[in-house]
Design a binder for this molecule. Structure first.
Ligand SMILES: C[S@@+](CC[C@H](N)C(=O)[O-])C[C@H]1O[C@@H](n2cnc3c(N)ncnc32)[C@H](O)[C@@H]1O
Length: 376
């Protein structure tokens, strides 16, 4: 797998985070190369204030920090960590890391954006740019040409302003916009809905997973959460915190740690547990990569509805890391409860880690299976 980005007589060494020896996925894409080449052709004078949105693993931040003041804004903890490590790896100048709930810094001269997968997140970012960036500031976005639909461009026009696109290069297209639409659209950061049969109302920030309605896997899992005398629970990949709310209600003495790599997920979970629990509880909220740095043998119960994406790539390596970390962090006799689509084969993965005898099927339907693995 290629780790050297060589462009215009300059080379950067770039890795994904977390670093894996057998990594098959590259830490940048042709969209990053297109943006870099285009901006270098503009021959900007140095020390511009550049806002980079959704830099996946820090390729753009590393490149532009060389001559400019860079602000990298992303909802992903992993993108932040990857950017920091790649900056260090290439002896680059520091950049300012922000998440997409933060204020956009003042006096930005240029905005570069990898267009996010989630349209609600895109609309949120566009409306923030419209409110904070000067009309004269160029805003250049990029994505695979096949992902830039006329409906995507309509969102740019409605929430940001005048927009046109480039020709395609290596299957990517640039989108050029100006922050000048009128009227300025007000976009709420929260979408709120109730969970059927649970007396639970959830607020969802723009980039939270399944933010418009309850995930079907989570729906099934809600009916199979334990009511035990256990104390230390972890909700791994907590999203909006739906599972934690139910766990907290079923286990009044439990402490719960909600973990997610999305800052908006962690914030949504924080708001939802406060809003849906009547009493003061011992709950911790952590933006993290899986269970990195968690103490071994410290948790009694981990619940996990694993993701199958890292940034724009479909992959099952995060689920695998979540299972490995869980085994490490569980106490002896502790349990990991996992839900997944039948075809994902989590039963085989869990049996490899915990042994066949320690994995049982708790429930299933046509689409999903819930498995429980016990640490012996
Ligand atoms: C399928 S969703 C489950 C959300 C919620 N628990 C539910 O059941 O609706 C998976 C969650 O894992 C989070 N995630 C993805 N990669 C992660 C990582 N490396 N470490 C921690 N969380 C991660 C995603 O942001 C997402 O919220």
């Amino acid at each position: 797998m290629k780790t050297e980005l060589s462009l215009l007589d300059r080379t950067l060494t770039l890795h994904r985070f977390p670093f894996r020896n057998n990594e098959l996925l590259q830490a940048w894409d042709a969209g990053d190369e297109y943006l870099i080449t285009h901006v270098e052709e503009l021959a900007l004078t140095s020390s511009k204030r550049i806002l980079i949105l959704n830099d996946s693993f820090g390729a753009l931040s590393c490149w532009f920090s060389d001559r400019h003041e860079v602000f990298m804004m992303s909802d992903s903890y992993i993108a932040h960590k990857a950017t920091l490590e790649n900056l260090k790896r290439n002896s680059c100048t520091d950049v300012t890391l922000l998440n997409t709930m933060d204020e956009i810094p003042s006096n930005i001269d240029l905005v570069l954006m990898q267009i996010p997968r989630n349209n609600r997140h895109l609309v949120w970012i566009l409306s923030k740019l419209r409110q904070s960036v000067d009309e004269k500031c160029p805003i250049i976005s990029v994505n695979k040409a096949k992902e830039i639909h006329s409906s995507t461009l309509q969102l740019f026009e409605k929430y940001l302003g005048a927009t046109k696109t480039s020709l395609a290069w290596k299957k990517h297209r640039l989108v050029f916009s100006t922050a000048d639409c009128t009227p300025v659209q007000n976009v709420s950061d929260e979408v709120e809905w109730s969970v059927e049969n649970e007396n639970m109302t959830l607020v969802n920030l723009p980039n939270v997973y399944s933010g418009e309605s309850l995930d079907q896997g989570a729906r099934l899992l809600l009916d199979h959460l334990p009511s035990d005398d256990l104390r230390d629970f972890i909700d791994l990949g907590c999203g909006n915190g739906v599972l934690s709310v139910k766990l907290a209600r079923l286990n009044p003495n439990a402490s719960i740690t909600c973990v997610d790599e999305s800052f908006m997920a962690v914030e949504s979970a924080t708001r939802n547990l406060k809003q849906n629990l009547q009493t003061q509880r011992e709950i911790t909220y952590v933006a993290n990569n899986c269970l990195d740095e968690f103490e071994s043998d410290s948790a009694s119960f981990i619940v996990c509805n694993p993701p199958f994406h890292q940034q724009k790539a479909i992959t099952d390596h995060i689920a695998w890391q979540m299972f490995c970390d869980s085994k490490q962090v569980l106490k002896k006799g502790g349990k990991l409860l996992v839900i997944g689509n039948r075809h994902l084969g989590y039963d085989i993965k869990l049996a490899r880690l915990f042994s066949h005898a320690q994995v049982k099927t708790v429930a299933s339907d046509k689409k999903f299976v819930i498995l429980q693995a016990t640490k012996s």
